[in-house]
Design a protein around this ligand. Sequence first.
Ligand code: NI
Length: 165
Amino acid sequence: MALLSILHHPDPRLRRKAALVTRFDDALRALIEDLFETMYAAPGTGLAANQVGMSMRLAVMDCSETRSQRIVMINPEIISSDERREMEEGCLSVPDIFDKVQRYNRLHLRALNEFGEPFEVCAFGLMAQCIQHEIDHLDGKLYIDYLSPLKRERIKKKLLKREAA
Ligand code: NI
């Protein structure tokens, strides 16, 4: 296993739409282990493959307090969602910045697991929020895109300053 380095905003690689996963082999499962290790070490509740520079529709998550409920989602799709509400959010690619965004509180997810087998899950609260956040990553979106242009500009300046330090 290995710790991977997480890309930070405004890295352009975070803005590309990730490609569908078609090979479910040992290399994929090794990458998944590295993603989990990197996410737990950060620490974070979710990590998408394109946050470590791999253009693949793959994300790992663990929204539990005990850090013991691993979820892998590959080529994920949200089938239905409802109850929009404001939730506090952060992102490992936008370090140390948090803000409120509108998310669906409930959703129905369809995805593949690390063996390419389909599964469906109904999620609510933090897990629903995390799923939407990670799928946004796979589409080249960041949660700060939902904030005002002024706020986004301030965040970008702050992160550029931090990278230069
Ligand atoms: Ni994120």
